[in-house]
Design a protein around this ligand. Structure first.
Ligand code: FAD
Length: 342
């Protein structure tokens, strides 16, 4: 059981900055994210794209912004539960909320901040009979730890950067890496495409295009799959595999949060405008892209502002009756928030 002051669902830019603002008030945070890395849309959708509307940064790459946010919150030592989706919320008799993930990890806190953006990014799954039966038993939609594939026979399917980059990376540790794509042309970076072709020549990657996986076989765990090579004869081949990793991209869905009892408007959670972004459930706030109110703008800087106001109310819930005096970080420092730079 993880116990903290504020559980933050979503480790995008809004959730990360909320840790900083909470830390200034000596409130501890724990972040949950369905993705294996923090950064939300910035890391997942456009890490190499410059952003021009972050105050004080004439230009910053989205990935760099995330790196800076992680550096900025490090003194407050937030906890992370990554690659797990927050599934259920429950109000306990002691006043705390209990949030449980799809992997069963339990988190307890008096305040919850939903910073879920567009929702949790769910993998696009190939339409294969019985694929659910083999999930986590040979079929994986995300690579959490590349070491899991050391010495294994891996087949990756997909034509984008994720498929190319992971095929290149795993070729150093897996027993065999096969990359399959239903077209001859890849969508990923030219540099990666060339590298994969070079690795094919060197025998480090088996490249099969155009082809598609059409059947999975196994008794409990995945043991082999059937590949259909597109062409005049559409020949089929059975390949022995330990892991099949379809990397067909991720699509955001509000997901389980939609069933937590919030007022939902156009796919977003309704909050009290400009007061503290509290939802219709007292003690549960919604900040960043996931919320809606009159005049809402889905921008990073708006998420930062909302996180800042939200923690003020969170402080009052956690420390009832205690006065919180606004201090500038220029005066008080950040580490330990007493200027002592512990
Ligand atoms: P997100 O970044 O969406 O993060 C939410 C996180 O919550 C995700 O990681 C998700 O996995 C997680 N999550 C959701 N539900 C769950 C759950 N149940 N359990 C666990 N985790 C969950 N904004 C700007 O200000 N300037 C720009 O120039 C700009 N350019 C953009 C360009 C592109 C291509 C795109 C797509 C967006 C751009 N934006 C820009 C918008 C900006 O990225 C968003 O406003 C910002 O990412 C919102 O941050 P967030 O933390 O609220 O949500």
């Amino acid at each position: 059981m993880i116990q903290t002051d504020i559980i933050i669902v979503g480790a995008g830019p809004t959730g990360l900055f909320a840790v900083f603002e909470a830390g200034l008030l000596k409130l501890k945070c724990h972040l949950i994210d369905a993705l294996p890395q923090p950064g939300g849309q910035c890391s997942e959708l456009y890490p190499k794209k410059p952003i021009y509307d972050i105050p004080g940064f004439p230009e910053v790459l989205a990935g760099e912004l995330v790196d800076n946010l992680i550096k900025q919150i490090a003194p407050f030592k937030p906890g992370f539960t990554l690659a797990e989706r927050a599934e259920t919320i429950e109000k306990l008799n002691d006043g705390n909320f209990l949030i449980t993930t799809n992997k069963g990890t339990k988190h307890k806190a008096p305040v919850v901040a939903i910073a879920g953006g567009l929702g949790s990014f769910e993998p696009r799954k190939p339409e294969l009979e019985d694929i659910e039966k083999f999930e986590e038993k040979g079929v994986y939609y995300m690579i959490k730890n590349p070491e899991d594939y050391r010495g294994k026979q891996v087949l990756i399917a997909g034509g984008g950067d994720a498929a190319l980059d992971w095929a290149i990376h795993l070729s150093d540790m897996a027993k065999k890496v096969t990359l399959v794509h239903r077209r001859n042309e890849f969508r990923g970076a030219l540099d990666s495409v060339e590298k994969v072709k070079e690795y094919k020549k060197q025998g480090k990657i088996v490249l099969i295009t155009p082809a598609e996986v059409i059947k999975l076989n196994g008794n409990g765990n995945l043991e082999s799959l059937v590949l259909q090579k597109q062409g005049e004869n559409n020949t089929e081949e059975t390949i022995k595999v330990d892991a099949f990793i379809p990397l067909f991209g991720l699509s955001p869905k509000l997901g389980p949060i939609a069933k937590w009892g919030f007022e939902i408007e156009k796919g977003a959670i309704k909050v009290h405008n400009s007061l503290d972004y509290q939802t219709n459930i007292p003690g549960v706030f919604a900040i960043g892209d996931v919320n809606t109110y009159p005049g809402k703008l889905k921008l990073i800087l708006c998420g930062f502002h909302e996180a800042t106001l939200m923690v003020q109310s969170a402080y009052q819930i956690i420390n009832p009756g205690k006065r919180n005096i606004l201090k500038y970080t220029t005066v008080s420092g950040v580490n330990g928030f007493d200027g002592s730079k512990k």
